[in-house]
Design a protein. Sequence first.
Length: 275
Amino acid sequence: MDASLKDFDGTLVLVGAGKMGGAMLEGWHRLGLKFDQVIALEPEPAPEIITLGQRGLRINPALDMVAANAIVVAVKPQIAPQVLPTLARQVRDDTVVISIMAGRTLGFLEKTLPANAAVVRAMPNTPASIGRGITVAVPNARVSKPQRELTDKLLRATGAVEWVADEGLMDAVTAVSGSGPAYVFLLAESLARAGAAAGLPADLAARLARATVAGAGELLHRSALDAATLRQNVTSPGGTTAAALDVLMSPAGLDPVMERAVAAATRRGRELAGA
C-alpha cells in the first residue's frame, strides 16, 4: 500500500503533541503532509512543536470552524474522559478517530464520542520515535475502506502496521510489542551485568552489550531469515554459543520466563481496561 500522504487534502487534528504525537507529526511530514494541514492540541507544547508553528502547524486554535477528516488522540489514557467530549463538534460522519491510548477500548471510545463515530484503536511502541516502531490497529464496524487506508498511512509514518479484527487480542499485543522494548532493554542490562560478573570492566561490558543487542536487532530487521535461523547460524555445535544456549533454552530458561512475563502484562492490560 502506498504510504504517501501527498494526496491528502483535508485537515488532521492531533490531540496530544508529546513524544509519540510529535514523532507521528514528523513522520507525517516526511510522507508529504503539509504542516498547515495539521492542528495540534497541546496545553504545554514543547519548543520543537512551537518551532513547527513557524512552518505552518496550527497550535491550539479555536475549533469552532474546524472540519476534521481525521483525529489522532495521543494523550495519556487517564485524561481521556476529560479530553474526548471536547472533540464532539469535530467528529463528522466522514471523520475517523484514531486512538493510540493504551487500555482504552473501542467500547469506551464509542461511548465517549458522538454516536456512529468511526473509530480505530491502535497500539504503537516506543521505537516509533525513530521511525522503527510497529503498530497494531483494530477498527470498529463503522470504519470505511477509505478511512482504514488513511489510518494505515498515518500509522505507517512511524513504522510497520498490522491489523487485527479481534479487539480481544490487543492486550496480548500490548504485552508483546507495546511493552516489548522494555524487555529488550532489560536484556542489554542483564547481559552487561553478566559480562561484568565474568570479569569485564563494567563500562566495557555495558558497551559490548548495548552494541550487540542493537546490532543483532538491526540484523534481524534487515535479514529475510527468521529469528530461529539467525540464531542457528551463530551457533557452532559444541561451541561457546551452544554452551550458553543450553542454559537459556533449558526447561527453566528464557521461554518459560518470557511466557510468564507476557501473561502477566496481558493480565494487567485487561485489569486496566476494566478499571
